[in-house]
Each structure stands twice: as structure tokens, then as C-alpha cells.
Write a protein that binds this ligand. Structure first.
Ligand SMILES: [Zn+2]
Ligand SMILES: [Zn+2]
Ligand SMILES: [Zn+2]
Length: 278
């Protein structure tokens, strides 16, 4: 399976939109290496995970044909993960030669209410007909376009049943942001479903910070604990790859620095555009 990170930042981006901290000033000067846009990934060019405001920029920058995408899995409704208004442009006079007649969006009910709100003013009926929405809940299973998808509960926000995803075809991918340390039930569910992941993408918002932080995200310290749990439950194998992503400007997520830190712990560190063959 082909897996590409299109964006690897937390909600504020790196450099952050309104920020002039030392890290952001430095990052601003090096677009090719240091810029991190909001988190999104694409699998086999046909399945997207999340749809941040930069989805358009990701498409033009990394050569993604958004019209060919058949499935979108959304983790939760925070603005860095779901920008509903863009879908208004999927047809009518704004897009010709759309390759996939339908786009299926799988998401929790909060995301679907954001979709309804964000598209109600400008979306043409003919455009709406091409988008099918599916409400999903944690501990579910469905098949989308030949991929088996398991939905897992994120530990992220009390206001919404945010999701993590396990995606299986020839290989198995675990996509785990935004979340703090997951509950035990997540590992049990993976084991019960016979998951043996080949690739695990992990939330690393706090990177190597030693400061106390919120339990809604993770850093290297927690990522190590997650890996231990996955091993304990037998839902990974000895060659499973782990990659950290979703970095905040608060912890100086310069590419070389993150790669060096990640290597110390046996992880890969994501950067925008990073392409992996799983
Ligand atoms: Zn986020
Ligand atoms: Zn900053
Ligand atoms: Zn979030």
C-alpha cells in the first residue's frame, strides 16, 4: 500500500499562522524543508484521512488528483482536520472531468453536522448528489472501496466521539491522531479483530517536551507506551514501522531535530510529502 503524509502539523501549523516565536521565525524562511501544514494523509491515491484547510494546497503541491479520491475518513471536527466549505467546489462550474462519480465521507455525527453547516449556503444540489456521508461510531467495522476499516475511540475531546482508524487491504495501517493515551478497550478491540499492523502513525504534538501537558495529545513518552501496549496485545509484528506526526510549533519541530529524536526511540518522523511503501 502507498501511504503519503500531505501535512504533519498540529492545529496552528508550522510556522503558525499568527506566530512570531523564535521557531516560527526560523521555519518561515525555509519552505521546502521546515513548513508543516495541517495533518492529512492519502492511501493509494484514492483514500484520504482528514480534510484540513490546506487540502487544496496539498493537492497542487503533491500532485494529488482530489477528483479521483473515492473515500474520506475524518477523525474529528476540529478545524485542522475538517474544512467542509471546500466540497462546494467538487462539481458545477468549479470542476470538470471528475474521475470518481462519488465521494464517500465516513465521520462522526459532529463532523457531519459541520459538513451540513459549512455547505448549506453555497453547495449546488448536483454537487451534493456526488457526496455520500456515513455516520460512524467507535468500535465499528465497515468496508469502503475494498478497504476494511475499523473505527477506534480517540482520547481527545469530551464534546465528540473522535475517531482513530485501522485500515486493512493487503497491509494494515493504524492511524492514531489526534489522541492522548488510548483506553485499554482499543487494544482489546484490535486483538479481537485479528489486527496485526504493518504501519502505525502516532500523535506527537508534544514531541520531547518534559513539561506537564494535556492528555488529549501525546509526545514521544506516550508514543513509547502505545508501542509497548500494541506489542503486549500482539497487534503488531517485529517489522512494524512506527512514524510520529502532528507536531506543534511549541516544541520546535524542525525536520532534522524530529528525525534525530525519533530515531533514538526507533520511530520514523513524518514530514510534509513523505511517501512510504507499506
Ligand atoms: Zn489536530
Ligand atoms: Zn511559533
Ligand atoms: Zn483535534
Amino acid at each position: 500500500m502507498k501511504f503519503q503524509y500531505l501535512g504533519t502539523a498540529a492545529t496552528e501549523g508550522f510556522p503558525a499562522a499568527f506566530c512570531n516565536c523564535e521557531s516560527c521565525q526560523k521555519a518561515r524562511k525555509d519552505r521546502d524543508t521546515e513548513w508543516r501544514t495541517r495533518s492529512q494523509a492519502i492511501i493509494d491515491d484514492v483514500m484520504l484521512v482528514d480534510f484540513p484547510p490546506e487540502s487544496y494546497v496539498h493537492a497542487v503541491r503533491w500532485g494529488v488528483d482530489l477528483s479521483a479520491v473515492r473515500t474520506l475518513l475524518v477523525t474529528h471536527s476540529h478545524t485542522d482536520h475538517f474544512y467542509a466549505q471546500e466540497f462546494v467546489n467538487r462539481g458545477y462550474k468549479f470542476a470538470y472531468g471528475i474521475k470518481s462519480a462519488f465521494l464517500d465521507i465516513y465521520a462522526d455525527e459532529e463532523v457531519l453536522s459541520v459538513f451540513a453547516e459549512g455547505t448549506k449556503r453555497e453547495m449546488r444540489e448536483s454537487v451534493r448528489e456526488g457526496i455520500r456521508t456515513h455516520c460512524v461510531e467507535p468500535f465499528g467495522r465497515f468496508v469502503a472501496d475494498g478497504y476494511e476499516v475499523l473505527t477506534l475511540p480517540a482520547h481527545h475531546t469530551p464534546n465528540e466521539r473522535a475517531l482513530l482508524y485501522c485500515i486493512r487491504k493487503d497491509k494494515t495501517i493504524l492511524y492514531m491522531n489526534d489522541t492522548g493515551l488510548p483506553e485499554e478497550g482499543l487494544y482489546k478491540f484490535l486483538a479481537e479483530n485479528g489486527v496485526v499492523a504493518d504501519f502505525v502513525s502516532l500523535d506527537c504534538t508534544f514531541a520531547d517536551s518534559r513539561e506537564p501537558h494535556s492528555e488529549r495529545h501525546m509526545g514521544f513518552r506516550e508514543d513509547i507506551q502505545v508501542r509497548e501496549k500494541l506489542i503486549q496485545y500482539g497487534v503488531v509484528h517485529t517489522d512494524t514501522k512506527y512514524c510520529v506526526t502532528h507536531f506543534s510549533h511549541n516544541h520546535a519541530p524542525f525536520r532534522e531535530r524530529m528525525e534525530m529524536k525519533a530515531r533514538e526511540y526507533g520511530f520514523l518522523s513524518a514530514h510534509d510529502g513523505m511517501l512510504l511503501e507499506i
